[in-house]
Write a protein that binds this ligand. Structure first.
Ligand SMILES: [Zn+2]
Length: 192
């Protein structure tokens, strides 16, 4: 009885170990990409605007049930980036101009929640795996923007993504929106 219980537990323990290893690798990969992004951008890391971003990001990331990652939010000043995006492992970047572009706090939080949803569900890494299996190149695999049809990832992928990958991308957009709504409600924002 006891032996069968122990044996039954082995695969679960092995799975947990593999899961932890994947999360660690993902975090390391995202950290490299995030470090490069910070080098390439003049970061606005001080002042009320940064505190405001941390405050919103903290509320949202704490609303994630059993989060896989710790989240870090940075402001960037790349002229060509319109909307927030994330890297695997919990790294979220928000263009300075988006603070003015968002209509209100709920929209601002909604876009961040959508990016968090992509990261939690590892959409960037999943897309990379699919691309590798199919031997396809995708320059946007770690670039996970917010809303279908409007964010920079969608705009870029409509040009460069092969059909199968684009379908995956669009499906992930819907999944992320569905993930983001309860997150917003739990964090005290209006999801409408
Ligand atoms: Zn998206």
């Amino acid at each position: 009885m006891r032996l069968s219980f122990l044996l039954a537990g082995v695969p679960l323990l092995a799975q947990a170990s593999v899961e932890q290893s994947i999360v660690r690798k993902e975090r390391a990969l995202g950290a490299d990409l995030a470090a490069q992004t910070r080098l390439d951008s003049k970061l606005l890391g001080i002042g009320a605007i940064s505190e405001y971003l941390d405050w919103i990001g903290d509320r949202l990331s704490k609303a994630v049930a059993q989060p896989k990652f710790n989240y870090r939010f940075d402001i960037i000043t790349h002229a060509e980036v319109e909307e927030p995006f994330g890297f695997p492992g919990g790294f979220v970047f928000v263009p300075a101009k988006f603070f003015l572009a968002a209509r209100d706090e709920s929209e601002f939080a909604g876009v961040l929640a959508h990016v968090i949803a992509h990261i939690e569900q590892r959409h960037g890494v999943m897309a990379a795996r699919v691309a590798r299996i199919r031997d396809q190149r995708s320059p946007t695999i770690f670039f996970m923007g917010p809303r279908a049809g409007s964010h920079i990832g969608a705009q870029r992928t409509s040009v460069v993504m092969p059909q199968g990958q684009r379908e995956l991308h669009l499906r992930n957009e819907v999944i992320s929106d569905e993930f983001a709504v309860p997150l917003l409600v739990k964090a005290g924002f209006d999801p409408t």
